[in-house]
Design a protein around this ligand. Structure first.
Ligand SMILES: [Zn+2]
Length: 489
């Protein structure tokens, strides 16, 4: 596996080589200096942020008799033979997750360290341990022998039982700052005699998303296909978005150029750029523009406009993991800044451009014969329109009104309507559509046969134009997951 070469070669072996985890390093060093050693540590954080490297260096420092200021000397027997020391036991819980593996540990902790002060167990991906393994482990973790230290590492702290967490000193590793990743790449390029362009190095730091391992893997890959790390070679291999791309998108927005806005976003999508990286870069670029506007004393309307865009992009970025299609949501959010009147575009038409699924008419709106129209296609369209442009804010706002609505209907003593609405939960809310789920099949059937009544009553009360759909809980789950699959275009 050649591509790991650089990452392995530059794997930090002492604290000063660890990049981006200064505060953790400081605390660990101090604990050695002050001799306040815990029996168990847990390191958590995203992959490639130095958890295992830190664990190893810390272990080395703990067993170095000459450690100065918490830093291992690199000269003593223990430091030199660290990698093969029988007192350092490294375990990957992903492949050793059973109760038998833990029993082995329980037996071996009883044997004193052979040549060092501590016997140290570094258990990676510890969240992979099975339930029975955790149970077997707990006792040992609770009362380990004096000279035994556990360092657990995980990317998924939420899967680690609370009973375990409460016995460990916890350290949270952050994604590594882009500037630090850039510096590390440049340092390595110089040492390895690899030519590079600054903008390409910056781009790699974006692509790696705070993961040093990824950054060095990209560097490794590119250095194999080209004599120089530059934007061209990066673009060919990974897909990138440049400041020029983002400038063009900004121009499209302020000029109400809908066609080119969609075209430009699609081009970036098709080049394979990760949506989070794209949004992140837009936010940074727009913030720079906003600062520039203030400096140049430009119109406050323009400043407020770009501030709004940044805010929306930031919200989108925070929720991007929960959306079914990031690029779709990005398009929709940016389209809302295109002046609809000037383009003679209704919001519905914009929806149609964003989601090609929605070109079909919503058949129910033209007919009285509601219930028989609640066919699969009708459901698909309503589900689709509810997902397109759905946001948490819309949902929260809707739920607030919906609760008021239920109280009003209760006061009006409208029993049939109350029956339909009182236990129906709004699941997803777009600017045009709402989907409810109910526990009972009968309520769903009744609700859909009286859609016009529910919609009219609600819409009149809150001066809105929502289209609604009732599903049972299991239908809702099915629709939500099939929507996920189908929307990958
Ligand atoms: Zn040493």
């Amino acid at each position: 596996m050649n591509y790991k070469v650089l990452y392995r070669k530059y794997r930090p072996s002492n604290f000063d080589q660890l990049v981006g985890q200064d505060s953790i390093v400081r605390i660990l060093k101090n604990s050695i200096i002050e001799d306040k050693i815990a029996h168990a540590y847990i390191f958590t954080g995203p992959r490639g942020t130095g958890k295992t490297s830190t664990a190893k260096i810390f272990a080395k420092a703990l067993n170095c008799p000459n450690a100065k200021d918490g830093i291992p000397c690199e000269e003593c027997e223990n430091c030199i033979n660290f990698a093969t020391s029988p007192d350092i036991i490294e375990l990957d819980a992903a492949s050793n997750n059973g109760v038998d593996n833990i029993r082995d540990i329980k037996d071996s902790v009883l044997i004193a360290p052979t040549s060092s002060k501590y016997k140290i167990y570094i258990i990676d991906e510890v969240h992979m341990l099975s339930n029975s393994a955790w149970n077997a482990f707990l006792k040992t973790l609770e009362e380990p022998p004096q000279n035994v230290i556990f360092i657990l590492a995980t990317t998924e702290i939420q899967k680690v039982p609370i009973t375990v967490l409460s016995r460990c000193q916890r350290f949270d590793f952050n994604r590594i700052d882009r500037e630090l990743i850039q510096k590390q790449i440049k340092d390595i390029c110089k040492k390895e005699d690899i030519k590079y362009q600054d903008d390409a190095v910056t781009e790699i730091s974006y692509l790696s998303d705070g993961c040093m391992r990824d950054a060095l893997s990209i560097l490794d890959q590119l250095s194999k296909v080209s004599d120089e790390i530059n934007m061209d070679v990066l673009k060919q291999n990974y897909g990138t978005v440049t400041d020029e791309d983002i400038d063009a998108i900004y121009q499209n927005i302020v000029r109400n150029d809908l066609d080119n806005l969609i075209l430009n976003i699609n081009n970036i999508k098709e080049s394979g750029v990760d949506i989070k990286i794209f949004i992140n870069k837009m936010i940074e670029n727009f913030i720079n523009k906003a600062i520039d506007m203030k400096k140049k004393n430009m119109s406050s309307a323009l400043f407020n406009h770009i501030k709004e865009i940044i805010k929306i992009l930031n919200d989108l970025l925070m929720n991007i993991n929960n959306t079914t299609n990031g690029y779709l949501m990005l398009q929709l959010n940016l389209l809302s800044f295109i002046n609809a009147d000037e383009n003679k575009m209704s919001s519905r038409e914009i929806d149609q451009i964003v989601s090609k699924e929605i070109v079909k008419n919503d058949i129910y709106s033209n007919t009285q014969d509601a219930y028989y129209r609640v066919c699969d296609e009708f459901i698909n369209i309503r589900v689709n329109n509810a997902f397109t442009g759905a946001t948490k804010e819309l949902k929260n706002e809707f739920i607030e009104n919906w609760n008021k609505f239920i109280e009003d209907i209760r006061n009006e003593d409208n029993k049939e309507l109350l029956n339909i609405i009182k236990d129906s939960i709004p699941n997803v809310v777009s600017p045009t559509n709402v989907i409810f789920s109910t526990k009972r099949e009968a309520i769903k059937t009744l609700g859909n046969s009286r859609l016009d009544i529910v919609e009219n009553n609600y819409n009149n009360a809150f001066n809105t134009k929502y289209k609604m759909l009732f599903l049972t809980e299991s239908e809702w789950k099915k629709q939500a997951s099939s929507f996920d699959k189908n929307k990958k275009y």
